[in-house]
Each structure stands twice: as structure tokens, then as C-alpha cells.
Ligand binder design. Structure first.
Ligand code: ZN
Length: 78
């Protein structure tokens, strides 16, 4: 299954990878209960998953409630 990460703030493509269902479980995503994460995970008709996160730029420039973003990267300190 192809997983595409998209920035929820600016729409930038963050990255994409292919995972098996078992690997999805390992990172905490259960396709069968994906509606629990509907705010950040969307499934396409093709079966692909889109995960909404924040790109590096938005992480650095947006004072978000960081606890809301389980897939975020640690913000850089400048
Ligand atoms: Zn962004």
C-alpha cells in the first residue's frame, strides 16, 4: 500500500512510501479503524492512503499545538 504524506497547512508533498498492512500496524495505523484518524488520514479510491502532517517549513514557521501531530518531526531550533 502506498502512503503519501501531505502537509496539512500548505499542501506540500512531504514524502511517499510503500508499506504492507503489517508495517502499517507497526507505526500505529490500522486500516480497518482508520476512521479513528480521519482528521489526518484519508484513503483514496485506489486504496492509497494520504496522511496529513506538517512539512519542515510549516513546522518551523507555525506555532501549532504540537501534541496534535503524532507524525510531526521535532522542530529545529534556530
Ligand atoms: Zn507546509
Amino acid at each position: 500500500m502506498r502512503i503519501t504524506y501531505i502537509c496539512d497547512r500548505c499542501g506540500a508533498l512531504i514524502g511517499a512510501l510503500s508499506l504492507t498492512e503489517a508495517e502499517l500496524h507497526q507505526i500505529g495505523i490500522d486500516i480497518l479503524t482508520a476512521d479513528l484518524h480521519e482528521d489526518i488520514i484519508k484513503s483514496a479510491e485506489t486504496g492509497d492512503l494520504f496522511i496529513y502532517s506538517l512539512c519542515d517549513h510549516c513546522v518551523e514557521t507555525t506555532p501549532v499545538n504540537e501534541a496534535e501531530w503524532p507524525y510531526r518531526k521535532e522542530p529545529d531550533v534556530h
